[in-house]
Design a protein around this ligand. Structure first.
Ligand code: GAL
Length: 459
């Protein structure tokens, strides 16, 4: 059936009413949802102004409506354990509200979106966008040329339910281009409790202690640090945490704004820290993804792993709870942050379903379902911590992450799209991947300095 303007208006009202209803539900939490007014919950102007949102989307004929209607293609790279479960949990919330919409889970595997981002850019440029797609909050959005390919989502935002740090990260060229669903921490050291206990080890908090522990483990024939470097981002991921350790929060931040020199001796220290760590890593790291390397932890063959807190979601997906955590050595009090969000491409095939997806992604209910499985904390400030008890394996860690987020210095991750344009982030990743094999501290530091100049940030 062709969808008339009346249909869209009706849907807008249904959407607004159902969101209001959902927001008011006591659910598992009994904590009233933050949005106080209908406007805050689900801006009615969105679907009513359908033409403004996606001019090419409204089907012109009955046939077209039948072939394009009620489908929702969501594009992401969430295929690993924890990622896939989290996404499914949010799909389930969506399907509970809109059972007639068929969800197409379009994933391109590869941690940190290494493969997915390229595919997505090609699709956008080729006029073949999904209905909504995963993008990191921060400068990553520039890769997708938002003015040309994306719809601004300013009208959907209720700034009072998101932390100020996150809103700052999300704003690009005066607009919000995506709806945040979570906050992840990148600088986490995970450890196998049994291995630590059996070997009488305590969790290292400094670089020196870290290498003492590594030595002790190596002497026992245990892999000190499990790592996969197969997808080309993992080395840079670990390294950004080390930069935060040696430079401190302000020094680290300054690397991406030009206030900290890449020639700083503390950058040299971070490179040496990283280089030495690589001597304690499983030898087959180049053949491993981040999660396949995690199997060494599960099997008590490795003791530690430095990875973002999606690792907690992955552990949970394996029903594994024998893990502890700490900030990566030397980075206590610094929260290297990133946030996953969803954007609305211009010309989304089903913009109406996509708008509803963005509402669910930004909602308390959606985020409380997604994050305990994903291993992240809510992007919203009004999620009920009790809701996280649904996943016992991640509960303790995520409770501590919620606390840390409130008191730590928040700095943006570069590897996960927050701190720098994607072109710089990509070169940064490639440089660190090369460093894994070259071990050339001086050359790598010079190359990193050159990247900052190329990016137009350093002189
Ligand atoms: C990050 C993303 C996380 C997680 C991770 C590993 O870039 O923000 O949600 O999926 O990659 O794939």
């Amino acid at each position: 059936m062709a969808k008339s303007k009346f249909w869209y208006l009706t849907m807008a009202m249904v959407l607004a009413a159902s969101m209001l209803l959902a927001a008011c539900q006591p659910a598992a939490t009994a904590v009233p949802a933050a949005p106080a007014t209908e406007e805050e919950v689900a801006p009615t102007e969105a679907p009513a102004a359908e033409e403004e949102v996606a001019p090419t989307e409204a089907p012109a004929t009955e046939e077209e409506a039948a072939s394009t209607g009620s489908k929702l293609e969501i594009f992401s790279w969430w295929t690993a354990g924890g990622e896939a479960e989290g996404l499914k949990a949010m799909f389930d919330v969506y399907s509970g509200m809109y059972p007639d919409v068929e969800i197409i889970n379009a994933t391109v595997a590869g941690g940190a979106g290494t493969n997915a981002k390229a595919v997505l850019a090609t699709r956008l440029q080729g006029g073949d966008p999904p209905d909504s797609f995963q993008v990191h909050a921060g400068l990553e959005v520039e890769k997708y040329d938002p003015e040309t390919y994306l719809e601004p989502l300013d009208d959907m935002f209720d700034p009072s339910v998101f932390p100020a740090d996150l809103l700052t990260m999300l704003e690009y060229q005066g607009h919000y281009w995506s709806m945040p669903v979570n906050i992840h921490r990148s600088n986490v050291l995970w450890y196998n409790k049994t291995v630590f206990e059996e070997n009488g080890l305590t969790v290292p908090t400094t670089e020196e202690e870290f290498f003492q522990v590594c030595e002790a483990l190596k002497a026992k024939g245990i892999i000190p640090v499990a790592m996969g470097t197969k997808d080309g981002w993992e080395a840079a991921h670990v390294f950004e945490g080390m930069l935060a350790s040696t430079l401190g929060a302000d020094g680290y931040r300054g690397l991406w704004t030009g206030e900290t020199s890449w020639s700083d001796p503390k950058v040299t220290d971070a490179l040496n820290f990283f280089k030495k760590m690589m001597t304690y890593v499983n030898e087959d790291h180049a053949a491993m993804t981040w999660d396949s390397a995690g199997e060494y932890i599960l099997q008590n063959q490795a003791a530690m792993m430095i990875m973002g807190d999606w690792a907690a979601g992955w552990f949970a997906s394996k029903s594994y709870s024998d893990f502890g955590w700490a900030p990566t050595p030397g980075s206590d009090g610094i929260f290297v942050a990133l946030s996953d969000s969803f954007a609305l491409p211009k010309g989304a095939p089903d913009a109406d379903s996509a708008m509803k997806w963005l509402e669910v992604s930004g909602s308390k209910e959606g985020q409380e379902a997604f994050n305990p499985k994903k291993g992240s904390i809510c992007a919203r400030t009004d999620c009920d911590p009790e809701a996280f008890k649904a996943v016992p394996e991640t509960y303790d860690y995520l409770s501590s992450a919620m606390d840390d987020w409130k008191v730590d210095s928040i700095v943006p991750s570069v590897v996960h799209g927050a701190a720098a344009y994607e072109s710089w982030a990509t070169d940064f990743k490639d440089t660190l991947t090369l460093f894994v094999s070259s071990g050339d501290v001086e050359g790598t530091q010079a190359a990193l300095a050159g990247l900052c100049t190329d990016a137009g940030i350093c002189e």
